[in-house]
Design a protein around this ligand. Structure first.
Ligand code: T1G
Length: 697
């Protein structure tokens, strides 16, 4: 029973405690330890019941993800859970913090479950491209019903203690010391001679289940298009309805064994560790003291400012939105109310949660009202002079130690910082629209940004449920710089023979939520137009540039916002409709450029878009703008919808092979010139038989 599982008795109760920091992951030693402790308890005639609990930050973070793909050792988690469930004396789980994945299946195999107010449970295997593989798909529906079980498994979200009590996952929410509360609860079971209550024996309420399953299938097909795990999850729950539990568990195991070997799961497990690795910044030690963020301010109540304010409120940070224009402020706050009301009507937010969050957001037109904020995030129009003026003001007005952040999507953070006399307090916090939905927070360190400012903003990203990635300053940082490399090629393909809907379909079929042209229409074509004008003025370049996009904006076509862009949009519809007028324009441009149009195949379109994206990522790595390939993957997964089942552009490059990417880039370079010159780092990896994963640190 090594020291990863502790055993002690309190009267007639054996207390078994997991003690495997940091999250009591159920590696082989822990599984063996639980197995041995249960054997010891059930072989001791003086022991009348068992309490199973966890030491440290949480009950249990699940199976040890690092063991996946390696030969299994020791008793399987399913065997250990089945052994617990088969006990003739009651086994009570005592939960604090998270009980997730296998860490939730373990309590499901116990006969009773108590938790303190910090307890939360979940089955997030779906986020790893898996399904619960230790009985969760068979037990949870029996305990709480098919619909709630499906929702928990397919969302991967965690459920708090009070809700867990209402759902019947917890039998009691204890006050005060958890183990003491669990012992009292267990002694009552003994006094009332309450024996084991086995989850597998519970009757599954199948009323309306068929409808629920059909709806779940349709939703999963939409929201997790191309991913296998969600569909397997639904099938496993359907088995819980239709076949004996033992058979259901065997099929669950079969599905798990298939999924754990799949490319999709390997990609999603890569992203799990990537999210945590992103917080490891070489010159900012993990114990760097952070500045306390008790209050925040956002400057600008436009679309971005509203989303950022809502993100801060989500993280329980009171936020004051400043807009010099009272009308714009009022319009912005009304927009926030509308967004919250929409979430409540969709059921994704309760009335009380909405009131709580909305209550954290206030508005002002006075700088003096944000002077005491711990962090100020500027989110005004993408215009350098305006930003510098604002930073000169907040550099004066805001208290010493306040962090001054800019939401700029591509402008030079060092230049903005230089507008203040406190550049060490200045950092970029680039949110993605809509900021209350998109998870990426691309944090941009200036040359003078202080280490504790970096540590604070990275912690803030986690506190407001964002995926924080620290990047350096260059034009477009990581995300938009790579987007430019990819979108330019997509536009050149139009001049050479392709049409918007063909390119968009290839990118959609690859797994993006939409292709580059539909995406442009959604974001608004006028924004990109202004950025291009600005770049031509400030950084003239000889690079080939497509003129089609400019022509479209000059035809007063801004995208969905005014019903026409690359596509046409019917009133109230977001469905892109190919427009003969645009196709005509494209043909004219090809002719004007003297390009003989040709048939372009889907594979060529895919490679001409994705490989320059990867190539730009290689340049960014070589320049040190991104710390590691997996940081770039996070930017593209959480900022641009790169398909999670492919793990991000750099992970995908390894899957394809750096040699294949390099060889294709060489051909493209020979055909299309300088913009497609293979990055030296890509060439080096290809020629040395290495992958981007070899650069991970
Ligand atoms: N396995 C291995 N390492 C893990 C781990 C796990 N399950 N969970 C966390 N870690 C590491 C993590 O990489 C980090 O390492 C450190 O612990 C702290 O994590 C059979 C098959 C539990 C809520 O998906 O949600 O069970 O960076 O920074 O913010 O059906 O970790 O310090 O080196 O996230 O306090 C399912 C994943 C597994 C849960 C704690 N379980 N973990 O959050 O700490 S599959 C999950 C979390 C499974 C069964 C199936 C969170 C947490 P390092 P952290 P945290």
């Amino acid at each position: 029973m090594g020291d990863v599982v502790e055993y002690e008795t309190h009267g007639a109760i054996a207390v078994i405690a997991l003690n495997n920091p940091p999250v009591n992951a159920l590696g082989v030693a822990v599984r063996q330890g639980i197995h041995d402790a249960i054997l010891r308890a059930t072989s001791d005639p003086t022991v009348k019941a068992v309490v199973l609990t966890g030491r440290g930050r949480c009950f249990c973070g699940g199976a040890d993800i690092r063991e996946f793909g390696k030969p299994r050792q020791g008793p399987s988690l399913s065997d250990v859970i089945n052994m617990i469930e088969a006990c003739e004396i009651p086994v009570v789980a005592a939960i604090h913090g998270t009980a997730v994945g296998g860490g939730c299946e373990l309590p499901l195999g116990c006969h009773y479950r108590v938790g303190d107010s910090s307890a939360k449970f979940g089955l997030p295997e779906i986020k790893l491209g898996l399904l619960p593989g230790a009985g969760g798909t068979q037990r949870l529906p029996r305990l709480i019903g098919v619909a709630p079980a499906l929702d928990i498994m397919l969302s991967g979200e965690y459920v708090g203690a009070m809700r867990a009590r209402e759902m019947g996952f917890l039998d009691q929410v204890t006050e005060g010391d958890l183990v003491r509360g669990a012992l009292e609860y267990t002694n009552e079971l003994i006094a009332e001679d309450k024996g084991p209550r086995r989850t597998r024996d519970m009757k599954l309420d199948d009323s309306g289940a068929e409808k629920v399953l059909a709806a779940a299938r349709a939703k999963a097909a939409r929201r997790s298009r191309g991913l296998v795990a969600p569909q397997r999850c639904i099938e496993a729950i359907e088995h819980a309805l239709k076949i004996p539990v033992e058979e259901g568990m065997q099929l669950e195991r079969k599905y798990f064994d298939e999924l754990v070997q799949s490319d999709q799961s390997k990609a999603q497990r890569h992203l799990f560790f990537a999210e945590r690795l992103a917080h490891k910044i070489p010159d900012v030690p993990a114990d760097t003291p952070v500045r306390e963020i008790r209050t925040a301010a956002v400057i600008g109540c436009g679309t971005m400012g509203r989303g950022i304010a809502m993100s801060l409120a989500y993280g329980n940070v009171p936020v004051t939105v400043l807009d010099m224009n009272a009308e714009a402020l009022e319009k912005g706050l009304a927009g926030i109310n509308r967004t919250y009301a929409g979430s409540v009507s969709r059921g994704s937010l309760s009335e009380s949660e909405m009131e709580e969050r909305r209550g954290l957001i206030s508005g002002t037109t006075e700088y003096s009202d944000i002077a005491k904020a711990d962090i100020v995030i500027e989110a005004v129009f993408e215009e350098m002079d305006l930003k510098k003026k604002i930073f000169a003001t907040i550099g004066e007005v805001c208290k010493p130690g306040a962090i001054l952040a800019t939401n700029t999507s591509s402008l030079d953070v060092n230049e903005i910082a230089a507008a203040t006399d406190r550049p060490d307090d200045v950092i970029g916090t680039h949110f993605f629209s809509p900021a209350n939905v998109m998870k990426l927070m691309e944090n941009v360190r200036g040359e003078k940004t202080a280490p504790d400012v970096i540590a604070t903003v990275m912690k803030l990203s986690k506190d407001i449920n964002k995926v924080g990635v620290m990047v350096g300053v260059c034009d477009g940082f990581v995300g938009n710089r790579m987007l430019y490399a990819y979108k330019s090629q997509a536009e050149f393909l139009l001049e050479e023979g392709a049409l918007p809907h063909q390119v968009d379909k290839v990118i959609y079929d690859f797994g993006f939520p939409m292709g580059p042209f539909a995406m442009g229409d959604l974001a608004g074509l006028d924004v990109g137009y202004l950025v291009r004008q600005h770049r031509r003025k400030t950084k003239p370049s000889n690079d080939r540039e497509s003129i089609v996009a400019d022509r479209i904006v000059e035809m007063d076509r801004h995208g969905q916002k005014n019903g026409k862009g690359w596509y046409l949009y019917e009133e109230g519809s977001r469905k892109p409709i190919p427009d003969p007028e645009i196709e005509q324009l494209i043909l004219q441009v090809s002719e004007q450029l003297g390009i003989v149009r040709r048939e372009i195949g889907d594979q060529e379109i895919l490679e001409r878009c994705m490989y320059p994206l990867i190539n730009e990522g290689a340049k960014i790595l070589a320049e040190g703008i991104a710390l590691r390939p997996s940081d770039i993957d996070l930017v593209w997964i959480f900022g641009y919808g790169f398909p999670v089942g492919k793990g991000g552009p750099m992970f995908h490059a390894d899957h394809v092979g750096t040699d294949k990417v390099y060889d294709t880039m060489k051909v493209l370079y020979d055909k299309h010139g300088e913009m497609l010159r293979p990055a030296p780092l890509l060439e080096e990896l290809a020629k040395s038989g290495r992958s981007f994963a070899d650069l991970q640190s």
